[in-house]
Design a binder for this molecule. Structure first.
Ligand code: SAM
Length: 251
């Protein structure tokens, strides 16, 4: 039986791909890619030659059927999208569902993801995060979704947003969460003009509009939890001394 590999690709910097991903991409029979041209660009950068077939939002069901046939034929397939991890605000979830349902092995090859990349360098502190992905396009619906998330406990909210909608989405966030909540803009991650900026929601529109470049590129938006973070208290000196004594006794 064939195997389906779910392979994460870079979210900007083409070097952000793992050795294992490159090894899989160069050995599978076929790569299913969101855009064939973008896949060629990535593969050419790493001197990988491969047969590529398209699998995108509009043909995923049909492409999944074809891929299942190939898997039955003992072929190995790698699934990639234009950026980051397949199935995360990207096509792929249906193919994986169908492949697993039919008993094929599905192997994740982890790597870049814009949400985790933004969270890791944001400086926001909270025990939890909630990944929402893209918000609705219409303001009314968007505000309803945001309102539903308002009382999530101790949770950073993570959104993806298109550059031409950032201003209106931020305006709705101010309306729902109030001006004091902090927002982090994680823009153009891993690229030349990478920007990670945190400010109060009340200052966010001014910051965005102060430089037209700030409204260009790709965005992850992170909203901090309602209350200010506190560092978890270090264990007391007494407890630390006790631990040292115990460690000594045990060694
Ligand atoms: N599958 C991808 C992942 O694992 O992150 C997400 C794909 S989704 C179609 C594209 C969205 O991800 C963009 O609109 C943006 O919100 C976010 N994104 C992707 N690359 C980014 C980058 N380099 N910097 C900031 N956001 C990025």
């Amino acid at each position: 039986k064939g195997t389906l590999y779910v392979v994460a690709t870079p979210i900007g910097n083409l070097c952000d791909i793992t050795l294992r991903a490159l090894q899989i991409l160069s050995t599978v029979d076929i790569i299913a890619a969101e855009h064939v041209q973008n896949a060629h660009k990535l593969l050419a950068r790493h001197a990988v030659q491969a047969r590529i077939m398209p699998l995108h939002q509009h043909n995923e069901a049909r492409a999944a059927e074809k891929i299942v046939e190939l898997l039955k034929d003992n072929k190995s397939i790698a699934l990639i999208t234009d950026a980051g991890t397949p199935g995360i605000s990207d096509p792929g979830a249906w193919l994986v569902h169908v492949a697993r349902e039919q008993g094929f092995q599905v192997v994740p090859i982890p790597g870049a993801n814009a949400a985790l990349c933004a969270l890791s360098a944001s400086g926001l502190i909270a025990p939890h995060f909630f990944f929402h992905g893209f918000l609705p396009v219409k303001s009314g619906e968007r505000r309803r979704k945001l309102t539903a998330l308002k009382n999530l406990y101790a949770c950073i909210l993570v959104f993806y947003e298109a550059p031409h909608r950032v201003l209106e989405s931020v305006a709705d966030m101010i309306a729902v969460f109030g001006p004091a909540r902090e927002i982090t803009f994680a823009r153009e991650l891993t690229k030349l003009f990478e920007t990670i900026h945190t400010c109060a929601l009340g200052d966010a529109l001014d910051w965005l509009q102060a430089d037209t470049n700030r409204l260009k590129g790709e965005f992850v938006l992170l909203l901090s939890p309602a209350s200010k973070p506190e560092r978890e208290t270090d264990i007391s000196l007494e407890a630390e001394q006790m631990l040292m004594i115990l460690q000594k006794e045990l060694s």
